[in-house]
Design a protein around this ligand. Structure first.
Ligand code: ATP
Length: 229
């Protein structure tokens, strides 16, 4: 499997604070969880991979491209899912919001509508297609955010605490969709250790550095043992 994310001695400074320090890792598994305490740098890592935050030092490649310099080439291949779906809803109705995600592909209308319909069906949202998006429940909104991400058929999905505001049932549904093998690579920042365990690999961040990485269950076990001390 090719390397989705390659970081070598990556550092990120935000203001006076060095938030990521000397991070070196390769992400090549299909699904990778990023775990660690509050403030350990997980979201910053997700954002620098997604090209939203610049690096201060070191090397970063996403599918061999530099997220800072090659943002335009990476944009169609990468989808970002955040914990607060309200921040990701733009259009008035559910179907329009999903269609917006593929507007830049300039598809013929019939083809676009078919793509949107298939995506809505996959996420169980077809009966809500014409509903105002902001009227959906929190769980439905997060499914809508996922639908908008996956309708683009991204190679890499970066999800930052996608289950944070969901009940156990919706968290499970969202995790099932993220982990389903649809040909994408998943990097998921999460405090949901059940979700982290279901990933192939995990990376534990501590104080802006990589503290451990390996098979997800092993890394989560080590983190839980450390938490118990
Ligand atoms: N724009 C910024 N300016 C200054 N400091 C920042 C900025 N963004 C993040 N930080 C700091 O960087 C550190 C890491 O933040 P980050 O959000 O990456 O952590 P996290 O591991 O995702 O935390 P959480 O689990 O609480 O979401 C924190 O100390 C945070 O205060």
């Amino acid at each position: 499997m090719s390397v989705a994310v390659h970081a070598a001695h990556l550092s990120v400074r935000r203001g006076e604070v060095e938030v990521l320090r000397d991070v070196s890792l390769d992400i090549e598994a299909r699904t990778t969880a990023i775990i660690g305490d509050n403030g350990s740098g997980k979201s910053t890592f997700a954002r620098v991979v997604a090209g939203l935050v610049p690096r201060t030092a070191g090397e970063l490649r996403v599918w061999g491209l530099d997220p800072g310099r090659d943002a335009a080439a990476l944009r169609p291949r990468l989808a970002l899912v955040l914990s607060n779906p309200d921040a990701q809803i733009i259009m008035p109705t559910v179907a329009e919001d999903v269609a917006l995600s593929i507007r830049s592909e300039r598809l013929p209308r019939a083809e676009r509508d078919l793509r949107v319909k298939a995506a809505l069906e996959r996420f169980g949202l077809e009966s809500l297609a014409d509903r105002p998006a902001h009227d959906l429940s929190g769980g439905q909104k997060q499914l809508l955010a996922l639908c908008g991400a996956f309708v683009r058929r991204p190679d890499l999905v970066v999800a930052d605490e996608p289950t944070a505001f969901l009940d156990a049932r919706n968290a499970r549904t969202v995790a099932d969709h993220l982990l389903a093998d649809t040909g994408h690579t998943l990097v998921v920042v999460t405090h949901d250790l059940a979700l982290a365990r279901r990933c192939d690999r995990a990376v534990l961040f501590a104080d802006g550095r990589v503290a451990a990485s390996g098979i997800a269950a092993d890394v989560v076990d080590a983190y839980e043992r450390a938490l118990a001390c």
